[in-house]
Design a protein around this ligand. Structure first.
Ligand code: GBH
Length: 523
């Protein structure tokens, strides 16, 4: 196509896009005004979430061992935008009592947090359990219970013990035993007071970005092979921990255990192009189905589309074996149904289109296998990181996708929240939570999606992986200039607290933050 006509096409396309967004814009005020017409039931689980490496700090205190994020960031300080690491983070290792007061001030009854594997097992293996680790988590969980807050504990939120990484991490089949052993220690030590567990946080992000690419630690860049090995053994490790719990602990501890998967929303770039609709399905199968199908589908195993696709691509590329490993019949059975709930993390929506190729894809790779193009809608608001635009209806759609593909399994939204560059008067975050929560209400009340809980990400500004401390997700601001890591509630904390208490969304909510005095309010 010649230059001029290409420009003309662009202009035409942009005009259509902006017209579309005008239409969308004009329908919004009706949806989001006054008090929401639907409310949250009394037993709806409202919570707030964090992860150990992102807030704890205390990286070498109490005999804690090194995780891959400690080791890698100490060696490669340029990995993060601000050359930061997790050595101190929000200092929750010392300030957990204040964290509890903050959670309490939101009125939520649940707090999702993760355990640092190496704080409990410094070497990663169960031959030696740290006394300090035991004490830290016992105090934390007991403190939460005293404050009437139920802990929901994630066993693995990406901070693998370095000694286990040295053995190949999630690509080594032996990791399944190591994870089961870690889970056993956790259930043994804390199962009397922790009744809600998630095994793994977002295997897709961890495997695709850390094993198949360089975006996350361990930054192996073993594209096309590493991410599938990681996927395979992380799924098996999850299933082992699930069955360990229900065979040996569940009968007397009476808790629930599940997995947390992530999915972006996926919208056809061109709604009237059937190929873009196919591309959306392809994308969702590769990103979410790869993990969800073995666990939540009625047939089990990897989705047929993914199986065929990766087998075909591998053959075509000259491999004798598929780059995606096969489960045995026993493994398929072990994985099927191995989650008491569907934990979903959702943040943003991408436009997906059919495309024949993309020069940025490595070959082989999961992206290349997926074979769709992804981009952000130019008209959707992008308040922070580059990957993040706001499109509330994408949330309702993904909840429906889960219902339609994986049945009536209870869904707990284990993370949802907004990324910006900071500020206490975070009106955009207030509006994000209001609109996304309203989409959840529509999914429950109109579409009959079985959503039983929602955790806001995140309690306070934290270490945001590659972004360091540059992008912010917190309901509470943390002063990273101060050694005290002083925490201050943002406007969004007051708004979320009001939703939790009234069980209703007030789209006109605007209120200055209430004064927060942690010292006078100690437990
Ligand atoms: C969640 O992942 C995580 O569970 C949580 O720890 C994190 O703090 C939260 O998101 C907010 O970021 O691969 O280069 O595009 C959400 C998935 C993973 C999406 C990282 C954005 C950006 C880096 N996110 N990804 S890149």
């Amino acid at each position: 196509m010649r230059g001029k006509s290409r420009v003309a096409m662009r202009v035409a396309a942009l005009t259509i896009i902006s017209l579309l967004s005008l239409v969308q814009g004009s329908s919004e005020p009706d949806l989001y005004r006054g008090l929401s017409n639907y409310t949250f039931s009394e037993d709806f689980m409202f919570g707030v979430a964090t992860a150990a490496f992102q807030i704890e700090g205390g990286w070498n205190e109490g005999g804690r061992g090194e995780s891959i994020w400690d080791t890698y960031l100490h060696k490669h300080p340029n990995f993060t935008l601000d050359r930061s690491n997790g050595d101190v983070a929000a200092d929750s290792y010392h300030k957990y009592e204040e964290d509890i007061v903050m959670v309490q001030s939101l009125g939520v009854k649940y707090y999702r947090l993760s355990m640092s594997w190496t704080r409990l097992l410094p070497e990663g293996t169960d031959n030696y359990v740290s006394e300090d680790g035991k004490k830290y988590y016992r105090n934390l969980f007991e403190g939460l219970l005293k404050a009437n807050i139920t802990p929901m504990v994630t066993l693995f939120h990406w901070d693998l013990p370095t000694p286990l990484m040295d053995l190949g991490g999630w690509t080594n089949p032996k990791i399944v035993d190591f994870f089961e052993d870690y889970a056993r220690v956790a259930f043994n030590l804390f199962g009397d007071i922790v009744k809600l567990w998630t095994t793994i946080n977002e295997p897709h992000q961890h495997c695709a970005n850390g094993y198949g690419n360089i975006f996350f630690v361990p930054a192996l860049d073993a594209h096309g092979i590493g991410e599938y090995l990681c996927t395979h053994y992380i799924l098996l490790a999850h299933a082992r921990a699930y069955h360990l719990y229900h065979s040996q602990f569940g009968p007397h501890q009476h808790g629930k255990i599940g997995i947390t998967l992530d999915s972006f929303g996926a919208k056809p770039k061109n709604e009237s192009n059937p190929y873009d609709h196919v591309a959306v399905e392809q994308y969702l199968q590769m990103h979410l189905g790869l993990y969800a199908h073995p666990i939540f589908s009625s047939t089990g195993d990897y989705p047929e589309f993914v199986r065929k696709r990766v087998d075909y691509m591998s053959r075509d590329q000259g491999y004798t074996r598929s780059r995606l490993p096969y489960f045995t019949t026993e493994e398929i059975a072990m994985l099927k149904g191995s989650s008491d709930f569907f934990g979903l993390n959702h943040y943003t929506t991408y436009l997906i289109s059919h495309c024949s190729g993309n020069k940025a894809w490595k070959v082989p790779s999961m992206d290349h296998d997926t074979g769709v193009c992804m981009e952000q809608h130019p008209a959707w608001v992008k308040p922070g990181a580059d990957w993040f635009t706001i499109y509330p209806p994408g949330f309702r759609k993904i909840l429906n996708y889960i219902k339609n593909n994986y049945g009536n399994v209870p869904i707990i939204v284990t993370e949802n929240g907004l990324c910006d560059y900071g500020g206490l008067e975070d009106f955009v975050r207030v509006s994000y939570f209001n609109k996304y929560l309203y989409q959840l209400l529509l999914a429950v009340n109109i579409d009959r999606c079985n959503v039983i809980g929602y955790f806001a990400w995140t309690l306070m500004d934290d270490f945001e992986w590659n972004d360091g401390y540059v992008t912010k997700f917190g309901l509470f601001h943390v002063d990273y200039e101060s050694p005290d890591r002083t925490r201050t509630p943002k406007l969004s904390a007051a708004n979320y607290g009001q939703i939790v208490r009234t069980r209703q969304i007030d789209f006109d909510f605007i209120k200055p933050p209430t004064k927060y005095q942690p010292q006078s309010n100690r437990l």
